[in-house]
Design a binder for this molecule. Structure first.
Ligand code: SAM
Ligand code: SF4
Ligand code: SF4
Length: 348
């Protein structure tokens, strides 16, 4: 017999128009970044006078906890903090501490470019962070510099990863955006470095997010090409997903030297299992990475809306959701895209 709590939980899980539940919330805590990766925030557009959100517009740690708790009432059990660069928020450890003890939370993770990581890992671990993802496109200093918009220091990022290992954040994942003519040339060297450590490297197809990165299909390297390249050097076997809706396809090195993954939004869209909502630093909710508009939650929150009102609002938004951009990419690519929200803003 299911318990009353289990029955109540099952009844309160909200589903969208494609019967997809809401399981996962990505929270962008800040829209600023200390990198200018050309595929995300091209330096020529995001100059020193660019108007980012002001601090007053950011949700506070208390507001983040309240909103995350409301999402959890509807089925969310996994939170990821991201940005922009989340470690640019000085109160990031406080945010982690405020979220990590939410009752029922199964997973709390953070995605960072790693530059400030070494200085933060102990505080983050103590605050309750369980695992971390570091974005690192190449170990070739020239390719790395180019793909960070001439901002990043490779050694600092590697020190950050080592520091995360030393405090026991586990697993540590490394995200590599594969762009033709750039990071695709340095994949094997990067794997040579991380193979045999517990770090899980994941290769992400370059996506047409936002409107400003000048994305071209011919710069996308399909995951299959990367898989063939890697398995010609180190034989691989596929692994079962850890859970339904896992975004990355997993593989293990046959020689037992660890695991890698592929996130193939362009060549193998996974909209059918997309259980993810996004929240920007100013409290706007988005139901798809390719959304052209969002819903402002901060306004009702600061105007004193009750929990029941806010849960009702979230429920309505999710019930109306019909997004599946990646499955319709070819058709959508030819439509107007001027108003698509940038990834650093809605939370990558
Ligand atoms: N600044 C942090 C970082 O880079 O890890 C967190 C935010 S960033 C927007 C989150 C992830 O989105 C990173 O792993 C980044 O590589 C990825 N990303 C950004 N633009 C992308 C694009 N056009 N295609 C694929 N992945 C992208
Ligand atoms: Fe910054 Fe991350 Fe975007 Fe690069 S991918 S510009 S590090 S937010
Ligand atoms: Fe989810 Fe939208 Fe990406 Fe499809 S395109 S997987 S609906 S975020």
């Amino acid at each position: 017999m299911p318990s009353r709590v289990a029955e109540w939980r099952a009844a309160s899980v909200v589903k969208d128009t494609w019967k997809r539940p809401l399981r996962d919330l990505r929270i962008s805590v800040v829209d600023r970044c200390n990198f200018r990766c050309p595929y995300c925030m091209p330096a020529e557009i995001y100059g020193s006078d660019y108007a980012f959100l002001s601090r007053q517009q950011w949700l506070t740690p208390g507001e983040l906890r309240r909103i995350a708790g409301l999402f959890m009432q509807l089925g969310v059990n996994k939170l990821r903090l991201t940005g922009g660069e989340p470690l640019l928020r000085r109160d990031i450890a406080e945010i982690v501490a405020t979220l990590s003890d939410l009752p029922g939370l199964k997973d709390l993770a953070l995605t960072t470019n790693g530059t400030l990581l070494a200085g933060y890992v102990s505080e983050l671990k103590a605050a309750g962070l369980r695992r971390i993802t570091v974005s690192l496109d190449s170990l070739d200093p020239i390719v790395f510099r180019e793909m960070s918009g001439e901002r990043g220091e490779l050694e600092t990022v590697l020190e950050g990863i080592e520091a995360a290992q030393n405090v026991g954040l586990d697993p540590i994942k490394v995200n590599v955006v594969v762009q033709k003519g750039k990071s695709d040339r340095t994949i094997l060297d990067l794997l040579e470095y991380f193979r045999g450590t517990s770090v899980i490297v994941r290769f992400i197809e370059y996506m047409d997010v936002g409107t400003l990165n000048g994305w071209r299909l011919d710069e996308v390297v399909p995951s299959k090409t990367v898989l063939d390249l890697i398995s010609a050097r180190w034989p691989l076997r596929s692994l079962e997903p850890n859970y339904r809706g896992e975004v990355a396809r997993r593989y293990a090195f046959e020689d037992g030297k660890g695991e890698i993954g592929f996130i193939s939004s362009v060549s193998e869209p996974f909209c059918g299992d997309c259980h993810r909502a996004r929240l920007s630093a100013d409290g706007t909710m988005y139901t798809c990475l390719f959304a052209t508009e969002g819903i402002n939650l901060r306004e009702p929150l600061r105007a004193g809306a009750s929990d029941a009102d806010l849960v009702g609002l979230l429920q309505n938004i999710w019930r109306q959701r019909g997004d599946r951009y990646s499955e319709l990419r070819e058709r959508k690519m030819n439509e107007k895209k001027e108003s698509r929200i940038e990834m650093y803003r809605m939370g990558g």
